[in-house]
Design a protein around this ligand. Sequence first.
Ligand code: 5GP
Length: 217
Amino acid sequence: MSAAEFSKEVRKTFRRRGILFVVSAASGTGKSTLCNSLRQSNDFIYSVSCTTRAPRPGETDGEDYHFLTRETFEAKVAAGEFIEHAQVHGNYYGTLKQTVLAALAAGTDVLLDIDAQGAESIRNNPDPEIAASLVDVFIMPPTSEELERRLRKRGTETEESILRRLANGREEMHRWSEFKYTILSGSMEEDLIKFRAIMRAERYLSRRLELNDSKSV
Ligand code: 5GP
């Protein structure tokens, strides 16, 4: 290439639609800690779910969840405002459709922390754009004893809630193979490194990329 040609070369850039990262794990696996660590950086948006569960001490409305009454939640279901919703441990949880779709269309990655039912319902969403953007990750506790230990250590649940979450968690553990990726949970740092590796690789997938300047050499 001559010097003149070289100076005319346009730097290649790519654009892409956002990726929908879905992380699922049994309650107590350490998923909230993982999501909070991921949220320290701003290379994606975290989709704040709606729930009818009461806030735990230290939780902030609009940051951890949108805490809603059952009536308000049901009105949103009727208005078709959720991309998915489910009953989990006796309460309703749902992901707001508009936030997710607008971010993906703008090329912004989105992280959802939802249960295995929610992940399944997103996997079955008929919108091909959602299917193409979905990357679902299951965080597997090393043993059910470790799951119980982590859940009790958190100290935020009643005994009844702990037992219900454990029973649901043991059920959910069998669903790992439905997910595109599974991380066997270790320390928080290890889980973070593994999740970040998945994010990095998915962002380089050729099929997601579109060359911005077709005139470039
Ligand atoms: P927690 O009450 O411990 O915050 O959450 C209980 C479970 O509900 C967790 O497994 C969490 O991932 C799940 N969850 C949170 N938000 C949503 C949501 O919008 N949809 C679904 N399906 N599950 C959710």
